[in-house]
Design a protein around this ligand. Structure first.
Ligand SMILES: [Zn+2]
Length: 456
């Protein structure tokens, strides 16, 4: 593809700037350089070591005084959540998590169409890209728009150009047939995208309280034949815990373990209401966790034991749960929530939340050999931040704190995926913002009308 006269296959040099690699040693390279060829990072290090040897560079990006990061990762989202932003629903305000699902989300997802799925994918992935996110894991829910819906979402994300792992969220809340249909859609899409680089499929089960053990086993069987990660909302609200205690005499994670769901390719979203025995099951099975601090606050469900899980070396990624798509707001949410919860500022560090948003997010979905850090051989998914102006010295010991304390979406200079520049000087260069607004307003207005919201 041509981009400002430069071919994707050409040799690009990013030089100057401070590189936060997030590699195994969490190396930080001051005045660094990165060579990008054929969408991959082929060299990285100190610029002074190579500046006299570099040859046949087709394009040089000067990142002096800037911060270079791996593309950020959103470990759990619902792209369609963007369609409800600000919606004045005519309902009595929900008083708890179950009412939230019943009164808001299950009404909304029943009203969703294939075109809504496309439009929301376009807008949400656009917003994520502008804040530096280059990979996300999405689960779509819509009992009346199941078959082939993942193709519509794929189309929206592809127009934006970032990476995504997509799934239909299976549930038996209305009937068992819908869960079967949803599972078929996931299998179809995973098979279709096995050779795809940017968009892939996975399995998603809504939550333990809306599915039987039989359905969970069906998904596990499908995964054996057609491998892909499985994600499930896990004890987000107390309803999960009470349901499993009443019906099975087990806590949520115990039940999931007994049915055979836990494992290194299983991502548990939320895990708010879990005890130490459940944490031990997650650790022993090397299951992964997607933490969604802003959503937990919004839905007032509680604070997950992230600090305890981190102590046990459980791999935790950071998600937005379809609420606020800006990566930096979510990073700060995770950074602050546990401090106030424990009334102890030491419980979580800036590096820990950055790990959740980069390399650990990649580990959740088995992609840590491809993305999540800046290393030779990895995909050139790169974010360049411009502090404009730097207000304190930015060097090896200060840069991570500087990012977590101070960077916002306004500091995004460039976002690259596979070495292709998608955002330059903070502006999307591949897709027209006006087209997104036009498409979105059309679909969100119609959806709101179906939800009996008068738009005037
Ligand atoms: Zn969710």
């Amino acid at each position: 593809m041509m981009m400002r006269g430069v071919h994707m296959s050409d040799k690009r040099l990013i030089k100057g700037g401070i590189i936060v690699t997030m590699d195994k040693d969490r190396r930080i390279i001051e005045n660094g350089y990165i060579i990008v060829e054929d969408g991959l990072i082929t060299a990285i290090g100190k610029y002074d070591d190579v500046k006299n040897e570099l040859s046949s560079i087709d394009e040089t990006i000067d990142a002096t005084k800037e911060i270079i990061l791996p593309g950020l990762i959103c470990s759990h989202t619902h792209l369609y959540g963007i369609l409800l932003r600000g919606a004045p629903l005519k309902i009595k305000p929900p008083t708890d998590f179950v009412q939230n699902l019943l009164e808001i989300w299950w009404r909304v997802d029943s009203a969703l169409t294939h075109d809504d799925a496309y439009a929301s994918a376009l807008a949400a992935s656009y917003e994520m890209m502008l804040s530096g996110i280059t990979f996300f894991a999405d689960t779509y829910s819509g009992p009346n728009s199941i078959t082939n819906v993942l193709d519509y979402i794929e189309k929206g994300v592809n127009e934006v150009g970032i990476r995504g792992m997509l799934a239909f969220e299976t549930t038996e809340r209305e009937n068992k047939e819908q869960a079967k249909k949803g599972l078929e859609e996931n299998i179809r899409f995973i098979k279709k995208t096995t050779k795809s680089d940017k968009i892939r499929g996975m399995y998603s089960i809504h939550a333990s309280f809306t599915v039987s053990d039989e359905h969970i086993k069906d998904v596990i069987d499908a995964q054996r034949l057609v491998p892909a990660p499985i994600t499930i909302h896990t004890s987000e609200g107390l309803v999960d815990l009470y349901h499993n205690l009443e019906r099975y005499g087990k806590r949520t994670v115990e039940r999931l373990n007994d049915v055979g769901l836990l494992g290194e390719h299983t991502i548990l979203a939320h895990t708010v209401h879990i005890n130490n025995d459940e944490i031990e099951l997650i650790r022993k099975t090397n299951s992964k966790v997607a933490h969604n601090p802003l959503s937990n606050m919004l839905n007032a469900v509680g604070v997950p034991p992230v600090v305890t899980m981190l102590e046990k070396n459980i791999t935790i990624g950071l998600g937005n749960d379809g609420f606020i798509f800006d990566a930096f707001e979510n990073i700060r949410g995770a950074f602050l929530l546990h401090k106030v919860h424990w009334r102890d500022p030491r419980v979580i560090s800036p590096l820990t939340v950055l790990e959740m948003s980069t390399i650990n997010g990649a580990k959740l979905y088995g992609l840590d050999n491809e993305i999540g850090s800046l290393e030779t051989g990895k995909k050139a998914d790169i974010v360049i931040l411009n502090p404009k102006p730097a207000v304190t010295p930015i060097f090896e010991k200060s840069v991570i704190g500087y990012i977590v304390y101070g960077m916002t979406i306004n500091n995004i200079d460039k976002v690259m995926v596979d070495g292709e520049i998608l955002v330059d000087n903070g502006q999307a260069i591949k897709i027209d913002e006006n087209k997104i607004e036009e498409t979105l307003l059309k679909h969100s207005t119609k959806l709101w009308e179906r939800l009996d919201i008068k738009v005037e």
